[in-house]
Ligand binder design. Structure first.
Ligand SMILES: CCCCC/C=C\C/C=C\C/C=C\C/C=C\CCCC(=O)SCCNC(=O)CCNC(=O)[C@H](O)C(C)(C)COP(=O)(O)OP(=O)(O)OC[C@H]1O[C@@H](n2cnc3c(N)ncnc32)[C@H](O)[C@@H]1OP(=O)(O)O
Length: 236
């Protein structure tokens, strides 16, 4: 796979890019072709839903307009629920590894298929992962600051995604965070993760969230390999 093929197929739109969904290329993996018409369309729907979540939580329209909007949303929800799966669409287990193999320019766009997770564009370089995103109003904890739970989510994804990208089937056993400075909203933060040590089934990793050159959050984690353990719906 080339970086360009991967980038095209794995491109998840940000909130402002939700209309840009002309991609129809398929992405092959050892677990099958995953970037089907359905995953492409779901990616666009999920991006639009994220924008809706932001708009719903921040709108300052008159109260009567809110009831009208709510009815419209309820109508779409009923339409979508008419035929539903139990789970969100899953990415192939080896997608991060494919992106890593495609080189440091290739991007893994996390949470393209699940509006609840924070979407991050992740790149891999050997045993390091890098990513960035702009926390917004939906991620607020302390006033004008990122909620610490979202920081943990981001660090688990950066560190865990890196471990997964190296080909290891592993789960997080411990994740420890130091919140050194608040992470401001509406401004890009960068993240990095690196594998520091391996010891049998154990993989140790560390990472951080940085804003404007200041390391705001530091994380260390232990992952335990679970190779060979069969999990329904997950390639072993
Ligand atoms: C299940 C497979 C899933 C794989 C992932 C698949 C697909 C993912 C696809 C897409 C995902 C998209 C994005 C991915 C991004 C991020 C990834 C997020 C990762 C997570 O978000 S994942 C969820 C949270 N995570 C859990 O849900 C784990 C629950 N838990 C367990 O499943 C067990 O607890 C386990 C397996 C951890 C251990 O159980 P076990 O029985 O296999 O291990 P055992 O007892 O033999 O220990 C062996 C050695 O590890 C040491 N050890 C064990 N646990 C320790 C601990 N907590 N602290 C310190 N040391 C520990 C022992 O002390 C011993 O050390 P020693 O050998 O030196 O004595």
């Amino acid at each position: 796979m080339t970086a360009s093929v991967n980038e095209a197929a794995n491109r998840a739109p940000s909130q402002s890019q939700s209309e840009d969904q002309s991609q129809s290329e398929n992405q092959s993996s050892s677990t099958g072709t995953w970037a089907t018409e359905r995953t492409q369309a779901t990616t666009a729907l999920v991006a639009a839903t994220r924008s809706l979540m932001h708009a719903a939580a921040t709108t300052d329209l008159p109260v009567d307009d809110l009831a009208t909007a709510r009815r419209a949303i309820e109508s779409v929800t009923a339409e979508l629920s008419a035929r539903a799966r139990d789970r969100v669409l899953r990415i192939p287990f080896d997608l991060p590894a494919q992106v890593r193999a495609a080189g440091p320019e290739a991007e893994w766009n996390t949470y393209a298929l699940n509006p609840f997770g924070i979407p991050v564009r992740v790149t891999f370089d050997d045993e390091t992962s890098r990513g960035s995103f702009v926390p917004g109003a939906l991620h607020e904890g302390p006033p004008d600051s990122l909620h610490g739970g979202w920081s943990a989510h981001l660090m688990d994804c950066m560190l865990g995604g890196l471990v997964q990208a190296t080909g290891a089937r592993a789960v997080t056993a411990t994740l420890e965070l130091s919140y050194r400075h608040r992470v401001p909203l509406d401004s890009e933060v960068s993240m990095e993760a690196t594998i520091t040590r391996r010891d049998g089934r154990k993989i140790f990793a560390e990472g951080w969230i940085e804003h404007d050159g200041v390391r705001c959050v530091e994380a260390t984690a232990l992952f335990i390999r679970v190779d060979g353990i069969s999990v329904d719906g997950v390639a072993s």
